[in-house]
Design a protein around this ligand. Structure first.
Ligand code: GRG
Length: 310
């Protein structure tokens, strides 16, 4: 949103999703132990809260909340799932910023978790958020039907794990060490895992909680895949073009690190074209969606991916 201009429906809903997520994270990350827990160490809880509260666009929670809304579902269970997905995202940021990986000092406009709390705490904060995300998803408060919860948990494990986000991070590290330039096809694959899988899951989780039928699930899956791919190309472009202050993290770091980006593989113009065509595909996927008329805000979300500045 820029000063003086009216906020779009998408911007309003993104802020609402951020608010819902923040409140849910606040209520989950408290000192009160859950049944089966002993105590929650206060200083560690503070670090987990630092890593997850008060920052970020909350774009993944927005996707879950708005997808579920297409099916008329809007309740605390959706907010819990959205918060759990954000916990996974925050954990990946905390671990990615560690000295052994990207070694970054700045995230979301403030010192990274390891800078604020030390490396050992940051490793454990990531572990704590990852584990808690599965706890939240598996809890009956998220959905009364155990079959729905198992589907949510299984799909999350697949998206976040070996053949998803973590696998993509490994391919990314291997690409960084390689001598040859990165082929576009290889970069596309690793990005679909590293970044795309969780964004796709955020949409999928909304469809699972909305108990969507097969045609709607397929359309939303195509939307999620195209959106996830567009998001990472846009991130590669932003790394070159964006202002560090707006970005809230170090800019221009990809080129210096032999990072496998689509800008490096294709050049900036072709990367922009690919981003725009992926956004168009994401929007088109929703045209074939049975509830197409209600999907406007998700279409606007796809456009946001191409135009975002942070
Ligand atoms: C588990 C170490 C580890 C890594 C997994 C996802 C990932 C790989 C690392 C996170 C860092 C990173 C640069 C990911 C690429 C995806 C991306 C653009 C993340 C930033 O997401 P935004 O823009 O951030 O949604 P905010 O701060 O708004 O939530």
């Amino acid at each position: 949103m820029t000063g003086g201009t009216r906020a779009s429906e998408f911007e309003i809903r993104l802020l609402e999703a951020a608010d819902t997520t923040e409140r849910m994270l606040e209520s989950l990350l408290t000192l009160s132990p859950l049944p089966g827990e002993t105590v929650r160490p206060p200083r560690f809880l503070e670090a987990m809260r630092y890593a997850s509260l008060g920052g970020g666009k909350r774009f993944r929670p927005f996707l879950t909340i708005e997808t579920a809304r297409l099916f008329g579902v809007d309740n605390d269970g959706i907010a819990r799932a959205a918060a759990a997905i954000e916990m996974i995202h925050c954990y990946s940021l905390v671990h990615d910023d560690l000295p052994a990986l990207d070694n970054d000092d700045l995230r979301r406009g403030r010192p990274t978790t390891h800078k604020a709390f030390g490396e050992a705490a940051a490793i454990l904060v990531g572990d704590g958020l990852l584990t808690y995300a599965f706890d939240v998803m598996a809890d009956p408060a998220t959905h009364k039907d155990p079959a729905v919860r198992v589907e949510l948990v299984l799909a999350l494990a697949r998206a976040a794990g070996l053949g998803g986000m973590i696998g993509g991070q490994i391919l990314d590290l291997e690409a960084e060490e390689a001598r040859e330039p990165h082929e576009a096809a290889a970069v596309i694959k690793l990005q679909s895992m590293k970044t795309g899988a969780l964004l796709h899951y955020a949409v999928e989780a909304g469809a699972i909680l909305g108990q969507a039928g097969a045609p709607a699930r397929a359309a939303l899956s195509s939307f999620g895949h195209a959106l996830g791919a567009a998001f990472q190309v846009a991130d590669d472009i932003l790394d070159i073009e964006a202002d560090e202050l707006a970005l809230g993290k170090r800019a221009g770091k990809d080129a210096g690190r032999n990072k496998a980006t689509l800008v490096a593989a294709l050049g900036i113009e072709a990367a922009r074209k690919r981003r725009d065509s992926l956004v168009a595909s994401a929007i088109e996927a929703l045209d074939s969606f049975p509830q197409g008329a209600k999907a406007t805000v998700l279409k606007e979300a796809a456009q946001f991916v191409a135009t975002r500045t942070h």
